[in-house]
Structures are given as C-alpha cells and as structure tokens.
Design a protein around this ligand. Sequence first.
Ligand SMILES: Nc1ncnc2c1ncn2[C@@H]1O[C@H](COP(=O)(O)OP(=O)(O)OP(=O)(O)O)[C@@H](O)[C@H]1O
Ligand SMILES: [Mg+2]
Length: 415
Amino acid sequence: MVRRRLTELTSKSQHGSVVVGLDVGTTKICAVVGELIEGELEIRGISTSASTGLRKGMVVNIESTVESIKNAVKTAESITGVEINAVYLGITGGHIKGFNSYGAVGLRGKEVAYVDVERVIDSAKAVYVPLDREVLHVIPTGYILDGQNGIRDPVGMMGVRLEAKVYIVTGAVTSVQNLLKCCEKVGLEVVDIVFEPIASAEAVLTDDEKELGVAIVDIGGGTTDIILYKDGSLRHTSVLAIGGNHFTNDIAVGLRVSLSEAERVKKSFGSAATSMVSDSEEIDIIQAGQGRKILRRCLLEIIQPRTEELLDLIKGELISCSAYDVASTGVVLTGGCSLLEGLDRMAEAVLGLPVRIGFPKYIKGCKDIINNPIYATGVGLVLYGSDTESGRVFYPDVFTGIFGKMKDWVKGIFR
Ligand SMILES: Nc1ncnc2c1ncn2[C@@H]1O[C@H](COP(=O)(O)OP(=O)(O)OP(=O)(O)O)[C@@H](O)[C@H]1O
Ligand SMILES: [Mg+2]
C-alpha cells in the first residue's frame, strides 16, 4: 500500500495518541483502547457490555444499542482514565458486498507521484453504485505500469500509463446510518468505519498468510464473515447470516432450557461432534428451575447438525470464491464461536484445508485479556487505526469519499 501521513485525528493522552476500536457485535459491544507511544502500540484497556439491539450484525433497536455502547465506553474510560470521544467503528451484516474494479490514467510527469496514485484510484472508484448503497472501502489490490503487472507501490517509478486494480466494499445506506446514529447519540465521533473481518484479519493473520493466500472466517454470534487474502491484499468478502446464536437457540429448544442456560451449557460442555465424548458422560443443567443430569451426548446431538450446516455453508462460499485455488495456507477461524471445542478439527475434515484458530497477535498490554478470538475485531480496529494514524499505511478511502458526506448527513439529522 502507498505510504502517506494523515493528519492527527484522535485526542492526545498525556503520553501519546489514543486509538479506540469499537466493535458493535450481535452479542457484545467491545471498546478497546490503544495508545501509540513513539510509534509503538500498547493496549491500555478493554471493556465489553452485552449487546441487545442488534440482529445478525445489524442495528434493530437504536435505544438499546446506544445504552450498550454507552456502557462499554464509560467502563473503558474508567479502566483507562482516558476520555473517549473518537472511535474506529466496526460494521458487518448481510448487506455488505464487495466487487473488483479497475481504473487507468496517463501520467503527467515521467515519474509516478502520490497525486497520480490518487487519480488512478479515483478513476477505479468511478463505478455505478446504487443509491441505496455506499462505498465503505476502496482497497488497491495491485498496480500496472505500462503493462507491467504486480506492482505494490508505484510511487517513484517511471512510466506513461498507470492502471489500478481495486476491491470495493459497499454497505446499505440505512444500516450504516443507523450504526453511525447510535455513535452520534453517545457523543462519539466516528473516525472511520471498517468492515469487521478486515479488522479481525489485521489482528490474527501473519504477513506470510496474507501473501501466500488465506481465508479468514470470523464466526460471531449473529454472522459468519468470510474474507480472502492473496498477494498481501483483499480478494473477496462475504457474510453469512448464521453464528453462535443459532447454536444457543437450538440448545434452548432441544433441551427445553432458557437462552441464558443454553448459552452457559454450550460454552461449558459444548463440542462440535458427538464422537468427541464418551457415551456415559453426564452434565448438570437447569431445566424449569430444577437441577437435572443429562448425557453430554444429548447436547452434542443438537450441536453437531448445526456445526455441519455451518461448515457446509462456509465450504460452499469458499468454493464459489475460488478459495481452494487461492488460500494455500488454509483457513483461520476466529470470533467467539471458534472457541467451540473441536470445531477446528471438524472444519479441517469438512473443508479439506489446514485450519487454525486465530488469536489476536501479541501487542503490549492486557496480554491475558486480549488472547481470545472474541477480541479479534476490537484489537484489529485499534491496529487498523494506529496504522492509519502513524502513517504506516494509507487507506485511500478514509475521509475523502462518500463516507465523509455520510457523517455530515447523520449529523444533519440531529440538528
Ligand atoms: N467457549 C465457547 N464455546 C462455544 N461458543 C462460544 C464460546 N465462547 C463464546 N462463544 C460464542 O461466540 C459467540 C460470540 O462471538 P463474538 O463475540 O465473536 O460475536 P459478536 O461479535 O458479538 O457477533 P457478530 O460478529 O456476529 O456480530 C456467541 O454465540 C457465544 O455463545
Ligand atoms: Mg463480531
């Protein structure tokens, strides 16, 4: 990616610049506070609050989402002593779509300058987007200079014609607006809005995996987000409207227990396949207010078909985006549902690719807390933000595009 320094965007703490990631998930809202001290990122604190206003990754109740965001932000402020007024916001949901685009420009000078790169990206962005959709990301996937392919950073090279291949991610205007409206109501400025699996990828993938080809599958509570990387850049995105909540609902119905008990039982005793437990193992559950013993196998007989269905859907998606040709290092599972015992082994068997669980990579601070796939998106948002603010990576879609207009638009609603 092209390097360029962006202006300072977030408030300064006593030591360095503060970057806050806000992951508004279907089951939890998570605020991760990072601080950039002399270019090095340190996580200062993480807070979560239960999320009740979202379904399948999208806001369905503004008031309860606002309350949950407020709780997460207030707690993060009291843990870290930092006043939070700007965030990098995560977004997901079935409304998010991606497609490839292409642009070309003639060069004014003999050498490629930043302005030429901006012009070629602008030309690749000039595609028809329906009125009810807005562009969230325009990610360069490669440049071609006078027919020479595979150029990552053309600045400073000589040539007469520059072409750019980009991947464009769009979302439904109403869904994006609803999310921005919630942040606005809490008094938070949204510095940038980031498609959640792109943030998760920042936290859990290695540079080698991105380079050689990898699929990241973020299985959350309401959605399963799939993205594909090859040659260091994004190749494909898709969102399946299925996640851990479906397992919980199945257990609640199958065992006739409350949703909270089903969630507890799933996390404490759940496993991907019945073959993973002995026939006689018993577990304690609360049914109609009474403690009961059931065979653990009964629980797994409910979980296994749902796991198979989810993995079949993931496999179908991987086939349709040619992941079997591209993802040579395999699949990285992340998100809370990836903690289901044995899911990685079952995924390996069903998908026929190497599978590992993606834990957020080690960053200074809060090591014990962040070492959990449920924080992959939150930590990734902070990494994305700190890369942008330290000038390590230039994301050309920030501020300049339609998103800047959308933020003003949302502000306009509250005037
Ligand atoms: N140990 C565990 N075993 C099985 N499932 C688990 C475990 N821990 C968490 N989960 C499940 O992970 C899901 C929450 O994951 P996560 O926090 O990544 O979702 P989210 O970000 O809130 O939702 P989404 O990304 O879909 O909007 C819940 O369904 C929860 O039950
Ligand atoms: Mg999530």
